[in-house]
Design a protein around this ligand. Structure first.
Ligand SMILES: Nc1nc2c(c(=O)[nH]1)N[C@H]1C(S)=C(S)[C@@H](COP(=O)(O)OP(=O)(O)OC[C@H]3O[C@@H](n4cnc5c(N)ncnc54)[C@H](O)[C@@H]3O)O[C@H]1N2
Ligand code: MOO
Length: 426
């Protein structure tokens, strides 16, 4: 009988699918508490309560054009001669009424005077001056109501304009201001601890000695957390030793999520999974560790881990910089959205392949690729020829990830594939 290979794990369960891994991460995360913030600090936050319009916007009927406000009955027959009786400008409304035979000079954004129901563009009017009392000639008209923005067109008083869970973009914040709000109820920013692991790592700014490398993952993850509305907490670099994870957390109890990079795989120097399943803990009950899953059907990103330590959820990302970066896009972005009460939706589209791809195996794949448009405006995607998960040079120059499901058959130049844009900041 052949001796059993110590490293083989032939009875291993099938790797967890990416979608299921994502769902299990979301299921394992709570929402942060809520707080009120001023509009100037609200960018990127998520609304915890719906926003209602405090007043109708516009608050009164406005002219959408520069011209003259008249009564429809006066311009049924053209040309029509009317007397200019006043002016309505933005911020300076005409307070009188428009009588028969009269016209009010009006400008874009100005209140439409009472009794006027037609706006005539100034291009359609002969007027000798900008004086009140002059006679003007209307050469052509517009139907009643055209070029008038009615009261409540944008929002009606007391109606909802944004739902809870809405991401506060600059657009959404300007809507809130227009709706009369200067304070918004939002989810607190999740505090995300970032721990790098590896005896070879030195912090940026340190010249690596032989065998050492500069740690680049932690800064990527910190930027990623910040751009996704969280507060990154640098937990430093843990050495490749059993129990190093718990030690690194000692001074950091107030975390909503821990993200580690490295030490996720199966080597004897990889300790994250071991630290989580209790095998490396002397007193397991102190650290309250749990492992939900380890290893998923994803390339790059196979050794991803999800678990808990001291009741804090932990997402263990692989050390390879490209794996860590892509796993953040696929798992950390939706996780952070979820913690802040928001649903994350990957925005994918289809593009035409510029070169052939061989058939895929059992792992869902995310290929680094560049995007260009041909003369007909079609999106053309070119996968990088080298896809090694250590190659930041490829990732940093990529525009999109080509997403390939497990067992995707061979694809050929000209085929349509699904692509996921890499946001410019990442
Ligand atoms: N026998 C097997 N070996 C490996 C497997 C496997 O299934 N069986 N999986 C491979 C895959 S896939 C990946 S991904 C890696 C992930 O390994 P780890 O998460 O344990 O990562 P490390 O070994 O710690 O590091 C990998 C690589 O990345 C560099 N690194 C680590 N941290 C950083 C950082 N903060 N900044 C920059 N670079 C970093 C590290 O020096 C290594 O070169 O495992 C495979 N092995
Ligand atoms: O899955 Mo690893 O993340 O190939 O490099």
């Amino acid at each position: 009988m052949m001796p059993r290979n110590k490293h083989a794990d032939d009875n291993r369960p099938p790797l967890l699918a990416v979608a299921e891994a994502k769902q299990r991460i979301l299921d394992g995360l709570g929402r942060t508490a809520t707080e009120k913030v001023s509009y100037g600090s609200a960018l990127g936050r998520t609304l915890a309560a719906p926003v209602y319009a405090k007043a109708s916007v516009p608050a009164f009927d406005l002219s959408a054009m520069d011209g003259y406000a008249v009564r429809g009955e006066d311009v049924k027959t053209l040309p029509a001669r009317l007397t200019r009786c006043g002016e309505s400008a933005a911020g300076h409304p005409f307070t009188g009424k428009v009588a028969r035979g009269e016209a009010v000079r009006i400008f874009t954004g100005a209140k439409v005077p009472d009794d006027a129901d037609v706006i005539i563009l100034q291009e359609d009017v002969d007027a000798m001056s900008e004086e009140n009392g002059i006679t003007i000639t209307i050469k052509s008209g517009n139907p009643a109501g055209k070029h008038i923005r009615r009261k409540g067109l944008d929002m009606e008083k007391d109606t909802p304009v944004l739902d809870a869970g809405q991401h506060l973009s600059a657009r959404a914040i300007s809507l809130c201001l227009s709706a009369g709000h200067i304070e918004l109820e939002v989810y607190k920013q999740p505090r995300i601890g970032i721990l790098s692991t590896g005896d070879e790592l030195v912090p940026p700014g340190t010249t690596p000695a032989k065998g050492q490398i500069v740690s680049s993952n932690a800064q990527y993850l910190a930027d990623f957390v910040e751009m996704n509305g969280g507060i990154p907490i640098n937990l430093g670099i843990a050495r490749d030793a059993a129990g190093a994870l718990a030690e690194a957390l000692e001074a950091h109890a107030e975390l909503d999520l821990i993200v580690t990079s490295g030490g996720a795989s199966v080597g004897v120097h990889d300790h994250i999974a071991g630290d989580l399943d209790g095998a490396n803990q002397k007193v397991d009950t102190v650290n309250q560790t749990q492992i939900d899953f380890w290893k998923i059907a994803m390339r790059p990103g196979k050794p991803v881990i999800f678990g808990k330590i001291r009741n804090i959820p932990l997402l263990g990302l692989p050390g390879n910089p490209v794996s860590s970066a892509i796993c953040a896009m696929i798992f950390l972005a939706p996780a952070m959205a979820h913690m802040q009460g928001r649903h994350h939706q990957d925005m994918t589209f289809h593009a035409m392949l510029a070169s052939d791809l061989r058939d895929n195996d059992k792992r869902q794949e995310y290929l680094r690729a560049t995007l260009a448009y041909d003369a007909a405006g079609r999106a053309i995607v070119t996968p990088a020829s080298l896809q090694d998960s250590s190659m930041l040079s490829v990732l940093a120059n990529a525009d999109v990830l080509i997403m390939r499901p497990p067992f995707d058959p061979a694809r050929h130049a000209g085929d349509q594939v699904t692509v996921l844009p890499i946001p410019r900041l990442f």
